[in-house]
Ligand binder design. Structure first.
Ligand code: PMP
Length: 358
């Protein structure tokens, strides 16, 4: 039985990647040992880490101004590591409040004793995004933090503002789903469990010149520790790095790279939004210009009917369509590993459910 997984995270993985994991689980690269058992100081694992760092640099099209780190602690630890490394106590940093995850980032920055200013002109975070331009920013902040894709609300920034202040992006739910323009960006971070692999791994890319020398913070929290030790400062999450490496190969060799992935993701999102917009029963509350191509939020407007739809999907081997626990809605996450056929199957179930209801 195959199940189609629209979960918001951990998300679906490509079947070919799962098969590859299975085939070499007992012996990684003919070493006779599983990748889970090899020392992080062994040549195999040092090579794996280097290759994966290079893979991210290549896929994100980063030049030598950038450093890529493979860390742990999820998106959540970056909510504090970013302010700790890119600003100092009392510094002004700006945040756009775009919902559930950005609020958590704002709170952590305050706990780090930074002067946090929430910027952006008016928005209802459940249906749109704030306008961010130089009129609403001070011009003197260390950085401006944006959550590029709001996993819970189903909104997504596609064009990042050019306001002179360097941007920091939480790209946890859209990294490598399209070719992102990082011209005005000093740092991006993402956990791996949506588009790029498994939980346990967090990827941070930062332009070196923005890292401050903050020697008074714990060593493990300093980006410098991880850069200097080539992402091997302490025992890294080797298995998650291994899966991210396989995902990179899948993206490059089977999909054809990030631009090809973007094309597929555009088609997937269009298919699902079109079917929701054409429906008499379901609707998407998010304004057309703000809609995420990764997390598609929709509802019948009735909690009970939404719940029935979740059960209806489950009976047809479609899982992960219940909305975030903070919201009473439905949500389908169309991460990289979700195929066009998977989305078609969901649109068919949407029309079947509607037909049966009338
Ligand atoms: N940022 C975003 C955009 C997220 O969607 C999430 C979790 N889904 C997080 C941060 C938190 O990540 P983690 O659970 O890995 O700490």
């Amino acid at each position: 039985m195959t199940t189609i997984n629209f979960s918001a995270g951990p998300g679906a993985l490509p079947k070919s990647v799962l098969k590859q994991i299975q085939s070499e689980l007992f012996s990684y690269k003919n070493s006779g040992a599983s990748v889970m058992e090899l020392s992080h100081r062994s040549s195999e694992i040092i090579e794996l880490i280097e290759e994966t760092v290079e893979g991210f640099k290549r896929l994100l099209e980063l030049d030598d101004d950038w450093e890529v780190m493979l860390l742990q602690g999820g998106g959540t630890l970056q909510f504090s590591m970013v302010p700790l490394n890119l600003s100092r106590e009392g510094d002004l940093i700006e945040y756009a409040d775009t919902g559930y995850w950005s609020k958590k980032a704002i709170n952590e920055a305050k706990l780090c004793k930074r002067k946090v200013s929430v910027v952006g002109f008016g928005s209802d975070i459940d249906t749109s995004l704030p306008v961010i331009d130089s009129a609403c920013t001070s011009g003197s902040a260390r950085y401006l933090h944006l959550c590029s894709n709001n996993t819970v609300e189903g909104t997504q920034f596609r064009d990042f503002p050019d306001i002179g202040t360097p941007l920091v992006l939480d790209v946890s739910s859209d990294m490598l789903s399209y070719r992102m323009n990082l011209d005005n960006v000093s740092c991006i971070y993402a956990h791996a469990q949506k588009n790029i692999g498994l939980s346990g791994l967090t990827v941070v890319a930062v332009r070196k010149k923005y890292i401050l020398e903050n020697n008074d913070i714990p060593q493990l929290l300093q980006y410098r520790s991880h850069i200097e030790s080539k992402s091997n400062y302490h025992t890294p999450p080797v298995f998650s790095i291994y899966v991210a490496n396989l995902m990179q190969k899948w993206l490059e060799n089977e999909i054809g790279g990030v631009a090809a992935m973007e094309e597929i993701n555009n088609q997937k999102a269009k298919l699902l939004y079109d079917s929701i917009d054409a429906s008499n029963m379901f609707r998407c509350p998010v304004g057309v210009n703000y809609r995420s191509k990764m997390n598609i939020v929709f509802t019948t407007g009735h909690e009970e009917t939404d719940d029935k739809f979740v059960a209806f999907c489950k009976e047809r081997n479609i899982i992960g369509v219940a909305g975030h626990r903070s919201q009473k809605r439905l949500r389908a996450s169309l991460y990289n590993a979700v195929t066009i056929e998977d989305v078609k199957a969901l649109t068919e179930v949407i029309s079947l459910f509607e037909k049966q209801a009338y």
